[in-house]
Design a protein around this ligand. Structure first.
Ligand SMILES: Cc1cc2nc3c(=O)[nH]c(=O)nc-3n(C[C@H](O)[C@H](O)[C@H](O)COP(=O)(O)OP(=O)(O)OC[C@H]3O[C@@H](n4cnc5c(N)ncnc54)[C@H](O)[C@@H]3O)c2cc1C
Length: 385
C-alpha cells in the first residue's frame, strides 16, 4: 500500500491535520484504540479561552476562532462553540496571583474586567464570598461542542477520500530513500511523510521511527461530575487562579477539577481517589453546595513540551517526520489552527497571512525551537497553561 501521508494518532490533533490535508494529498490516519477519541480528546473540559492562552498559544487559538464561529458549510449541524463567560478569582492572600494575571492578560484582552464579590455572587449565587479576594470576568470564554468538532473533522477526512483506521497501531518505520516504509497493525504502508499526532505517546512514536524524542511531559488531570439538583446549564466556568481548581457546567451536571498536574507515563489515565477527594473538598470549601453522589469521574493526560508550547513542524534530524504534539491543556481549542498550520507546512503551501498578522510564523512552531530556545519557559503557573 502507498499513500502520501501517514498520520499516527486519531485524537483531535491527528483528525484536524488529516481534515485539512485530505483534499490535497492521500492520507491514512491510524488510531491504535478501537474507539476514536478514547484518550485526551474524549476527556477534556471543552473550554475555549483566550485569556488563559498565553504566549505562543494566543495566536494559535485566535487563528482558529473563525473556524469555530463559521465552520465550512455542512461541517456541523450545531454551533461549534457557545459563549459562556468565565469568572476567575484569587482567594484572599493570593493578591499577587491576581496582579500577575491581570498584568499579563489585561492589556491583551480589553473585554476582561475586574468584578466585585457581589457581582460574582449574582452570577454564581452558591459561591462563598470569603473565598474571593479579587475576581475577574471574561465574557469571551466559550464552551466547545467537542463531539461536533471532532466528528466534523472525521467526516470531512472520509468525504475527501482520506482513510481513517481504528484498532491499528503504528509499530515502526524505516527510511528507504525518500520514503518511509511503515508497519501499521498487520500491514505495511509506504509514505513520503509521517505526522506524529500521538499525544502522550509522541516520543514513543519518534523512537519507533528512529527520530530523536523531544522529552514530552504528560501530566494527569482529574475531573468529576455530579448533579447539583438545579439548572446549571447557563452558568459560566469558575476558576481559582491560585490553584487551578475549577468547576463548570457539563450538560445538566457540574464538572469539578482540582487542577492537578501530576507527571505520568503515557497510559490510559485513571482518576486517583486522593485527587477525586481533593476536588470534592475544594468545591465544598469554595461553594455552599455539598457533593453527595458523583455522576462520573475520569482522568486524562495533558502533554507538554519542555517550553510548554505546542509544536507543529518537521524534525530536524530525520526528513519526512512531522511533529504535532505538546498541546497541553488546549488541544481542542487549538485544533483548527494547528491542523491548518500542519497541512500548510506538509504541502509546502504559503504560510497564512492572517497568522503573520497575529504575529505567528512557522519557525515559532518548529521543534528546532526547543533545541535553540534562549527564552526561559513562561512563569505562569502550570495549572493554567
Ligand atoms: C481533564 C482535561 C481537561 C481539558 N480541558 C481542555 C479544554 O477545556 N480545552 C482544550 O482545548 N483542551 C483541553 N484539554 C486538553 C485536550 O484534551 C488535549 O490537548 C487534546 O485532546 C490532545 O489531543 P491529541 O489528539 O494530541 O491527543 P489524544 O486525544 O490523546 O490522541 C492521541 C492518540 O494517539 C493514539 N496513539 C498512541 N500511540 C499510537 C500508535 N502507536 N499507533 C496508533 N495510534 C496511537 C492514542 O491511542 C490516542 O488516541 C483537557 C485535557 C484534560 C485531560
Amino acid at each position: 500500500m502507498r499513500a502520501d501521508v501517514l498520520i499516527v494518532g486519531g485524537g483531535i490533533a491527528g483528525a484536524s491535520a488529516a481534515y485539512f490535508l485530505a483534499p490535497h494529498l492521500s492520507v491514512v490516519l491510524v488510531e491504535r484504540e478501537t474507539d476514536f477519541g478514547y484518550h485526551s480528546t474524549g476527556r477534556s473540559a471543552a473550554e475555549w479561552t483566550v485569556v488563559r492562552s498565553l504566549g505562543l498559544k494566543r495566536p494559535i487559538v485566535l487563528f482558529g476562532k473563525p473556524f469555530f464561529d463559521a465552520p465550512p458549510r455542512g461541517f456541523a449541524s450545531m454551533p461549534l462553540c457557545r459563549p459562556r463567560g468565565n469568572i476567575l478569582f484569587a482567594p484572599p492572600g493570593s493578591e499577587a496571583v491576581a496582579e500577575d494575571f491581570i498584568r499579563d492578560a489585561g492589556p491583551l484582552n480589553p473585554t476582561l474586567c475586574e468584578i466585585t464579590v457581589d457581582r460574582a455572587l449574582e452570577i454564581v449565587p452558591f459561591l462563598r464570598p470569603d473565598v474571593i479576594g479579587r475576581a475577574f470576568y471574561d465574557p469571551d470564554n466559550g464552551e466547545i461542542d467537542v463531539d461536533a468538532l471532532y466528528q466534523g473533522f472525521l467526516r470531512g477526512i472520509r468525504s475527501a477520500g482520506g482513510v481513517t483506521r481504528s484498532g491499528v497501531e503504528f509499530l515502526g518505520a524505516d527510511r528507504r530513500g525518500e520514503r518511509w516504509h511503515t508497519r501499521i497493525g498487520g500491514d505495511t504502508l509506504d509514505v513520503s511523510i509521517i505526522i506524529n499526532a500521538a499525544g502522550a505517546w509522541g516520543d514513543v512514536i519518534a523512537e519507533r521511527a528512529g527520530v530523536r524524542p523531544l522529552g514530552l511531559d504528560p501530566r494527569r488531570r482529574t475531573a468529576l461530575t455530579f448533579d447539583p439538583g438545579f439548572d446549571v446549564k447557563e452558568l459560566p466556568p469558575v476558576d481559582d487562579l491560585s490553584t487551578g481548581f475549577y468547576f463548570k457546567p457539563s450538560g445538566a451536571t457540574l464538572m469539578v477539577s482540582p487542577g492537578d498536574v501530576t507527571p505520568s507515563a503515557p497510559c490510559d489515565a485513571q482518576p486517583d481517589e486522593f485527587d477525586v477527594a481533593t476536588a470534592v473538598d475544594m468545591f465544598e470549601r469554595a461553594t455552599t453546595l455539598e457533593i453527595r453522589k458523583l455522576s462520573s469521574r475520569w482522568a486524562g493526560l495533558r502533554t507538554f513540551t519542555t517550553d510548554e508550547y505546542p509544536i507543529a513542524g518537521f524534525a530536524a534530524d530525520v526528513s519526512g517526520f512531522f511533529w504535532l504534539v505538546g498541546q497541553g491543556g488546549g488541544g481542542i481549542m487549538s485544533s483548527p489552527g494547528l491542523g491548518e498550520f500542519t497541512a500548510t507546512l506538509v504541502r509546502g503551501a504559503p504560510w497564512p497571512a492572517r497568522a503573520l498578522e497575529l504575529g505567528l510564523d512557522a519557525s515559532q512552531l518548529s521543534p528546532t525551537r526547543l533545541v535553540t530556545a534562549s527564552d526561559p519557559p513562561s512563569e505562569a503557573p502550570l495549572h493554567y497553561r
